[in-house]
Design a protein around this ligand. Structure first.
Ligand code: AMP
Length: 418
């Protein structure tokens, strides 16, 4: 048996790197006052149809949907988390307790896509949402948070692209201009873009198809159509990012795929991962909760793709092996003495492994050499009888004999840990 296409096992040698990144995911949002929210991995299909939008690839082609509920309702493995978070915020009226609601999340998402490097069918996202205000301060805050997470994961090779797609009024005006322009170039567009002319013409702006790219190079820029309010917000966002030392480029072709965005959209991109160049992105979604049938609650957020962060981090470093600090070498358990000593050390925060197979001293020492532990605690027949141990420094070969149990930790601490 093998794992399913598009999924990946994270093997023991890889998990230390995941854990290092995951610890950044926990500490960084907390520094910004964000609290963690965990929502179920599956939701009602309707949530994503309404929240992500019927015109998107995610809803149109990529959802893992099934019906396994009593009332025959269609359920879907979440393709992203923003819709789920918005649902929970409305369901528990969380915004009542916190006028500015700051939330972060981390977990698996599922999309039926063609797997390749950096693209899987089960992947992970770390993200954050700031809800309750339309002010560009919130947009700046989530972008700075995303940027801080990347920096703290030691990821450097990326750029931040930002754009404004304006409010509903702006987009209505711009859409007409854009559709006219695309119609004038209809025969040069990809089949997908031709189909999208009615459903989602804005998407053609960041189409990956080279035919579309060639056409939209000359398309009118949405930035020339921003009304004064959208324009002011975009300018303020830029000045807040500049003041915070976050470098960015304006990319007027960036629209992102989802239906719920308005005003700010942004993306972190890299040239180190081939065609899957987006590390993450996000934007403002002031209409999302209304689309889900609730009161309008403005919000802005981002999601970063963890597999892509891992791929970049792997390019920069060899995964560190998680090794125990101490190995206890003993040919038998001496009525539990070996376990007692091991547990005593673990209670002091020292990681310890013991031999579980009563093998010879020789083969256990071979293991110790191979695993790279710096110290070995030897318990032979004499040591067990005298309630003592011998400690061997594996780097220098020096031995400390007749060490009483109470002194083990002190002696170990004098041996440097690699
Ligand atoms: P999106 O909101 O769709 O732009 O997703 C945000 C981020 O999640 C992307 O920039 C990717 O880094 C990551 N991502 C999206 N889909 C996948 C996938 N199928 N496999 C791996 N990462 C993904």
């Amino acid at each position: 048996m093998k794992n399913v296409k598009g999924t990946k096992d994270i093997l023991p040698d890889e998990s230390p790197l995941w854990q290092r990144l995951e610890s950044t995911f926990r500490t960084m949002p907390a520094l910004f006052g964000y609290k963690e929210i965990r929502t179920p991995i599956f939701e009602s299909t309707d949530l994503f149809k309404r929240g992500v939008g019927e015109g998107t690839d995610i809803v149109g082609k990529e959802m893992y949907s099934f019906s396994k509920s009593e009332d025959g309702e269609s359920l879907t493995l979440r393709p992203e988390l923003t819709a789920s978070v918005a649902r929970a915020v409305m369901q528990y009226n969380l915004i009542r307790h916190y006028p500015t609601l700051r939330l972060w999340y981390y977990g698996p998402c599922f999309r039926y896509e063609q797997p390749q490097q950096g693209r899987q069918r089960q992947f992970h996202q770390i993200g954050a949402e700031c809800m309750g205000t339309t002010n560009p301060e919130a947009d700046a805050e989530v972008i700075i948070l995303a940027n801080s997470i990347l920096k703290n994961c030691d990821i450097a090779d990326y750029k931040l692209n930002i754009n404004s797609i304006g409010d509903t009024e702006t987009r209505a005006v711009y859409k007409k201009v854009l559709v006219d322009f695309l119609n004038d170039n209809l025969s040069k567009l990809s089949e997908d873009a031709q189909k999208r002319l009615v459903t989602n013409p804005l998407r053609t702006l960041d189409s990956k198809d080279t035919r579309d790219r060639e056409v939209v190079k000359n398309a009118p820029s949405i930035l020339d159509y921003l009304n004064s309010e959208s324009k002011e917000k975009f300018e303020q966002l830029q000045s807040l990012l500049t003041a915070s030392g976050v470098s960015f480029e304006i990319n007027s072709r960036l629209v992102r795929g989802l239906d719920y965005y308005s005003n700010t959209v942004f993306e972190f991109i890299t040239d180190k991962l081939g065609s899957q160049d987006a590390l993450g992105g996000g934007g403002r979604y002031d209409n999302l909760t209304a689309l889900l049938g609730g009161n309008p609650i403005p919000g802005v957020g981002f999601a970063l793709g963890v597999e892509r962060l891992i791929l970049l981090a792997q390019q920069n470093e060899q995964p560190a092996e998680a090794k125990a600090q101490v190995m206890i070498v003993s040919e038998q358990s001496f009525n539990g003495i070996v376990f007692r000593v091991a547990n005593m050390l673990r209670a002091q925060g020292i990681s310890v492994v013991t031999d579980l197979q009563q093998r010879s001293f020789k083969s256990q020492f071979k293991d110790a050499d191979k695993s790279g532990v710096k110290s070995v605690v030897v318990i032979g027949e004499n040591e067990a009888a005298q309630q003592e141990v011998t400690i061997k420094n594996m780097v220098t070969g020096a031995q400390h004999e007749n060490v009483a149990y109470a002194n083990i930790v002190t002696v170990l601490q004098e041996i440097p840990n690699g």
